[in-house]
Design a protein. Structure first.
Length: 400
């Protein structure tokens, strides 16, 4: 039996743990929180406390100590980008007998660098909206002058936010001055791109030595931000788009990619425009949808990790796709509620009711739910309890 330690307790960690447990893996989960809802899952056999990744040397020392104490751990499965970055820096410190369910460190870092990913896509003749990597406010303004409006500005490093958001859509110079009056101190570099409005396609996959082994595709039908730049809260599985998977295949082959990943594209609603968005060298937020569609991507990634040579017939892509179900709609109610709480101060009461009404409709129409499970209810119940406490505290602060 594989004994898998998930590194990082994120929302998708719960769905990954359930997916692995269903394939008879024993799952452990690292966390930095004293009270973590995910550790209450039936799928998690043990929760392990590790220091925050913001203290990388302490984090890796604690991890190595856990691996020494528990010699039965066979796989390390990094869930978040922060864990990937630390593992890339300290890979040599890890025991050789433990398989890493992720691409090699150099590949992971190359994917996380948005500028490098855009350059690679352009070299491989993959459509990319006009882009420019900028280092300061002056070069930002010059790039916008050349690219034109509307454009999108995002940190080159995904672990960094820009004004508290993943990306900013800039409509004109006045909008730039309003949304980004100065260069954020925490942002070393940023990517400026011509803005393409349309559907965000998530291409979820597991690859082995550069070859796509299992694939699943969805579109983000709604995110937690009205302009679509935020985190998805509603997804729909769709038939595999041949063109997008040809591009994804080129990227994986060029990197000799191993492990789970997610490549995103934006396609204009009328099909007139298409652009590569980013390459995430880890399972994405919506990886649970693949399991709902009949593809246990986390389990396949664990089974293939450390395997040399061609994968066996059981991982043949055609056989995997035969069980792939389209038209599955997944929704995260707690994600919707969190976005309402976070943006409450900026919304009127009618807007709040409108958001909650939309969330209710999505919840009732979905045939798959992100975290809720009748067989494993405790993580979701604990998450809602924590969310309720947070909401009450916010209300008290506003009234005091």
């Amino acid at each position: 039996m594989s004994r898998v330690l998930l590194l990082g307790s994120y929302r998708q960690s719960l769905t990954i743990a359930r997916a692995l447990a269903s394939s008879r893996c024993q799952v452990l989960l690292s966390t930095t929180a004293a009270e973590d809802p995910n550790t209450h899952s039936n799928a998690v056999s043990k929760g392990l406390y590790l220091p925050p990744t913001s203290e990388p040397s302490r984090w890796i020392d604690a991890l190595c100590q856990e691996l020494q104490n528990d010699c039965g751990i066979t796989h390390l499965f990094p869930v978040g980008e922060a864990e990937l970055v630390v593992l890339a820096e300290y890979r040599e410190a890890l025991p050789q007998h433990v398989a890493l369910v992720s691409p090699d460190p150099d590949t992971a870092l190359a994917c996380l660098d948005k500028g490098l990913s855009v350059d690679r896509a352009q070299r491989l003749r993959i459509p990319v909206a006009e882009s420019s990597l900028v280092l300061d406010y002056t070069s930002l303004s010059e790039s916008i002058e050349r690219i034109g409006f509307p454009c999108i500005v995002k940190p080159n490093d995904s672990s960094v936010s820009i004004m508290g958001q993943k990306a900013l859509i800039i409509g004109d110079w006045q909008d730039l001055a309003h949304q980004l009056p100065s260069w954020p101190q925490e942002m070393e570099r940023a990517l400026v791109q011509r803005f393409v409005s349309g559907e965000r396609h998530n291409c979820h996959f597991v690859a082995h030595e550069g070859r796509l082994v299992a694939r699943c595709e969805d579109i983000v039908t709604r995110s937690n931000r009205a302009n679509g730049t935020g985190i998805g809260v509603e997804w729909l599985s769709v038939p595999l788009t041949e063109e997008l998977w040809e591009f994804s295949s080129r990227l994986c082959a060029d990197l000799a990619y191993n492990g789970p990943g997610n490549i995103q594209f934006i396609r204009a609603h009328d099909g007139s425009d298409l652009t590569f968005l980013e390459f995430n060298p880890r399972p994405s937020f919506a990886v649970g949808l693949s399991v709902q569609c009949g593809l246990n991507l986390p389990a396949i990634a664990v089974q293939l990790s450390g395997l040399q040579g061609k994968p066996t017939e059981q991982f043949d892509a055609g056989r995997q796709e035969a069980s792939y179900t389209t038209g599955v709609k997944m929704h995260t109610l707690i994600g919707d509620i969190e976005s309402v709480i976070a943006g409450r101060s900026e919304m009127s009461r009618p807007q709040v009711f409108q958001q909650l009404s939309r969330a209710t409709r999505s919840f009732l129409s979905a045939n798959a739910h992100f975290s809720w499970s009748v067989r494993d209810p405790m993580p979701t119940l604990h998450a809602y309890r924590r969310l309720l406490v947070r909401g009450l505290r916010a209300s008290v602060r506003r009234t005091s």
